[in-house]
Design a protein around this ligand. Structure first.
Ligand SMILES: NC(=O)c1ccc[n+]([C@@H]2O[C@H](COP(=O)([O-])OP(=O)(O)OC[C@H]3O[C@@H](n4cnc5c(N)ncnc54)[C@H](O)[C@@H]3O)[C@@H](O)[C@H]2O)c1
Length: 388
């Protein structure tokens, strides 16, 4: 294990789009006190992308090699569970890419394998938690600035993806390889932020388009209605088939309306909470006067490198994690509940039964007749593709 006098020796499994970017960031010295000592990929040409570290083709061999203190798992989603369990059981610190698993039952298996207590750091790559816009929203809610939340609308259709994207990996956009579509690949970020800011709903009713915009079998369009125990409700809309697309988070609380859109956080604050005003007003058409509150927020935070730095700081100094992996179960459960509602064409109560969703997913896999087109690999500049 690393101690305060030594760098954390990191291994990365999966040197594809994301893993190779993480590797480059570490090699470029962007993560203090972290050294990339090993990488692992099943494909030789991907291993060749990072000649600076010792290369393994078999993850088990790397995990048992003694060459690493910590591992970052950046492989397709199902293997987050199997590789994560193996790494945790080997006593390593683990940082797993989103989503932490494909379904709730796998999340529970993965989380149960973390038996090393606080000394074994187990984190998830929810890089959008570092964005100051969302941090500020969370703080404003927690501080009671918005009063009780009444409604949340999130339209996140800025995840436009082409047919070429889906053809770029055999695992992509299949029930068997990826376990879902936009909810499992792009939206884990927003679903995580949603539960991080507003908590978990108690009921979901959702409508999904499966292969509506692309030649794929999984969902590429989603409209979900969420109900909370206190009567608040939410709408979550996403798509990978819309351009230019929208990313607008609108929160209505008793004390006003908060909007995050186009790099801006705007807050119209009710002078009097709206329900109180409604009950007390002696006029038919009045409404509470509002203050236009200027909340300056700059940039989008440290994103992936900040999560990786925080992971290293947690290992070396015991720093609190920005995104503990155990919290990753919530975004997966939300995605599962939305899909289950669409499969059944009915409302779904939360918490869901992990085993029930697992068998619904297995049924999809077994009944699939989808033929994936030829896989075409392309090297691209991905710097703008990770965030909306
Ligand atoms: N946090 C983010 O912003 C972000 C962005 C993109 C992707 N991701 C996540 O990163 C992960 C990988 O996505 P990607 O786009 O890089 O996929 P990819 O297909 O480009 O890369 C996956 C790599 O894993 C390798 N691999 C697969 N199974 C393996 C195994 N058992 N052992 C060793 N190597 C194996 C493949 O050969 C491939 O090189 C996914 O979980 C994805 O959701 C996160």
């Amino acid at each position: 294990m690393a101690n305060s006098n030594s760098d954390v020796r990191l291994g990365i499994i999966g040197i594809g789009n994301m893993g190779s970017t993480h590797a480059r960031n570490v090699l470029d010295g962007k993560i203090p006190r972290c050294r990339l000592t090993a990488i692992c990929d099943a494909v030789e040409s991907n291993r060749d992308r990072v000649p600076e570290a010792k290369a393994f083709s078999d993850p088990s061999e790397m995990l048992r090699s003694g060459e690493i203190d910590a591992v970052l798992i950046a492989t397709p989603h199902y293997s987050h569970t199997t590789l994560g369990i193996e790494a945790l059981e080997a006593g390593l610190h683990v940082l797993v890419e989103k989503p932490i698993s494909v379904h709730k039952a796998d999340c529970e298996r993965l989380i149960a394998a973390h038996r090393g207590g606080p000394k074994q750091v187990f984190a998830a790559m929810f890089n959008q938690r570092t964005d100051p816009h969302y941090r500020k929203v969370r703080q404003l809610i927690r501080d009671g600035e918005l009063g009780a939340i009444r409604r949340v609308n999130w339209i996140i259709t800025k995840w436009f993806r082409t047919e070429m994207y889906y053809a770029s990996g055999g695992w992509r956009a299949t029930w068997k390889g990826e376990g879902g579509g936009v909810l499992l690949n792009q939206c884990p970020h927003q679903l995580d932020l949603f539960q991080w800011m507003f908590g978990m709903p108690q009921k979901v009713r959702a409508f999904c388009g499966f292969g509506r915009h692309h030649d794929i079998e999984v969902e590429d369009e989603v409209t979900a209605y969420l109900e909370y125990a206190d009567g608040a409700n939410g709408i979550f809309i996403t798509s990978t088939g819309e351009a230019p697309g929208t990313n607008r988070l609108e929160i209505t609380g008793e004390r006003g309306r908060l909007v995050v859109e186009e790099d801006r956080l705007s807050f119209l604050r009710n002078e009097t909470p709206m329900t109180e005003f409604s009950r007390r007003s002696e006029f038919s058409f009045g409404r509470p006067p509002v203050w236009d509150v200027n909340i300056p927020v700059r940039g989008h935070g440290g994103q992936h490198n900040e999560i990786l730095k925080n992971f290293v700081d947690a290992i070396v100094d015991g720093t609190e994690l920005i995104a503990p992996a155990a919290e990753g179960i919530h975004s997966v459960e939300l995605a599962n509940a939305i899909l289950l509602s669409a499969f059944r064409d009915a409302s779904v109560e939360l918490p869901i039964e992990g085993a029930e969703y697992e068998s619904a997913l297995r049924e999809r896999i077994e009944n699939s007749t989808f033929q994936k087109k030829e896989v075409r690999r392309v090297e691209e500049d991905l710097s703008n593709s990770f965030n909306t």
